[in-house]
Design a protein around this ligand. Structure first.
Ligand code: AMP
Ligand code: GLY
Length: 415
């Protein structure tokens, strides 16, 4: 088999690593890939990003299956386009991808099908939004409707902060059209969990749960990032929470997917918050999480390509999805200054035996160089959480690049 993986993050390196374990896979193309995929056996990076060019490439190179890592091409309709050209691709249609691409669409879907979620209102006009913000309870959450690279959600403590956010989103257009419409929603207090799953449109099979660490500094301080580390399973996702999640979030979601007739053979990522009143859905993503994938895939015993093929063939209901009875931890190292401005091009020193996935790293002139904010992660699978944390940090201790920074408390339980 020849596989094409779209994307260039740590998530895509992890997907390529898992894919390469399948003996049937002879070649993996990563578009555009990174320094990690550049150095993998069977793997070749190709410098293509446009949807049409990717389809041309898949056709010319007789690619058997395309797997899409990030949300942007999915929301832009890569799956519909590949299907029109009879190319096999894993992911939701454009219509279904709006579950991530538009917060108002997604909240309306949740409401229509009874998925438990925070109360909300949708606003198209600044004045109407401000009228509402004068009378609501604080803190309140303001979300840009469209994709904003993880920066479109602001928790406002008071009216003046809310007014400022509305001005940035709706008047200054800091996210372009993505902020012309906003969702304003009730602030929920609880512990977050990432529950990835796979669907064929008929069933949803949840993966082992995971926990992301979004803030840049220890003890969840400082601004949000793409994710500074993850553990799996998530210790807060008890059997009871899973039951609640199944009843109040997963089942109504599946009902909605069926009734809306979504062409959805892909990943459903449930961003859940566990409150004292049970689990609520904060958001859907229609792709795997980053860095959750780097913690979850190492725990998967089943063959990823077989799992994806089962989804594409409507056979998930009989697929025996198997997980290691272990724990995993991944710790992300970033460039100094991230999530703000940072420099790149520094040499990454890393011994061969270290278990890592590369994200913002490029292979150039025989060296691995930093090339992004989140540079790489180490990951470890062990028989308990503490051991996996210890091992991931031991490996991190063997890596070095100029300005390297990582959190010291990934996996530490604080509640
Ligand atoms: P989202 O992109 O909708 O998941 O939001 C990004 C992050 O904002 C979440 O992971 C939460 O940490 C936070 N967040 C979003 N919505 C809420 C809410 N209703 N209450 C509390 N925190 C929220
Ligand atoms: N780690 C969160 C995300 O991938 O959106």
């Amino acid at each position: 088999m020849k596989i094409l993986i779209v994307g260039n993050g740590g998530r895509e390196h992890a997907i390529a690593w898992k894919t390469a374990q399948n003996p049937k896979v002879e070649k993996i193309y990563c578009a555009p890939g990174n320094g990690g995929t550049a150095l993998m056996d069977k793997c070749e990076n190709i410098d293509i990003e446009q949807i049409e060019s990717l389809a041309d490439f898949a056709e010319e190179n007789i690619v058997d299956l395309t797997i899409v890592g990030p949300e942007v091409p999915l929301v832009n309709g890569i799956v519909d386009y590949f299907k029109e050209r009879d190319l096999k691709i894993f992911g939701p249609s454009k219509k279904a991808a709006a579950l991530e691409g538009s917060k108002s669409f997604s909240k309306n879907f949740m409401k229509k099908y009874g998925v438990k979620t925070a109360d909300y209102e949708v606003f198209y006009e600044r004045d109407k939004a401000l009228e509402y913000l004068e009378v609501c309870n604080y803190p309140i959450v303001i979300k840009a409707d469209g994709l904003a690279a993880g920066k479109g959600v602001v928790i406002c403590e008071n009216y003046s902060q809310a007014e400022d956010t509305i001005t940035k989103f709706m008047v200054e257009d800091i996210f372009g059209d993505a902020g012309k419409k906003v969702v304003i929603e009730e602030f929920l207090v609880g512990v977050e969990a990432s529950i990835l799953s796979i669907t064929d449109g008929q069933v949803i099979l949840p993966f082992v749960s995971s926990k992301d660490h979004k803030q840049i500094y220890d003890e969840d301080k400082g601004p949000n990032t793409g994710g500074m580390g993850a553990i799996a399973p998530n210790p807060y996702v008890t059997e009871e929470v899973m039951k609640d999640f199944n009843e109040n979030i997963l089942k109504p979601t599946l009902k909605g997917i069926k009734e809306e007739n979504f062409d959805y053979k892909g990943i459903v990522f449930f961003g859940v918050i566990i409150t004292k009143n049970g689990a609520y859905l904060l958001e859907y993503n229609v792709r795997m999480g980053d860095p959750e994938t780097q913690a979850v895939l190492p725990l998967m015993d089943s063959n990823l390509i077989e799992l994806i093929e089962a989804s594409l063939n409507n056979e998930l209901s009989s697929f025996d999805l198997k997980w290691k009875n272990s724990h995993s931890c991944c710790v992300v190292a970033v460039s100094k200054g991230y999530p703000g401005k940072y420099e790149k091009g520094f040499k990454i020193n890393m011994p061969k035996e270290v278990h890592s996935f590369i994200a913002g790293g490029v292979f150039k002139g025989g060296n691995l160089l930093t090339n992004g904010g989140r540079v790489l992660c180490t990951y470890a699978v062990e028989n308990n959480l503490e051991h996996s944390i210890k091992k991931a940090y031991e490996d991190m201790g063997k890596i070095d690049f100029h300005g390297m920074y990582f959190r010291k408390d990934i996996g530490k339980l604080r509640y």
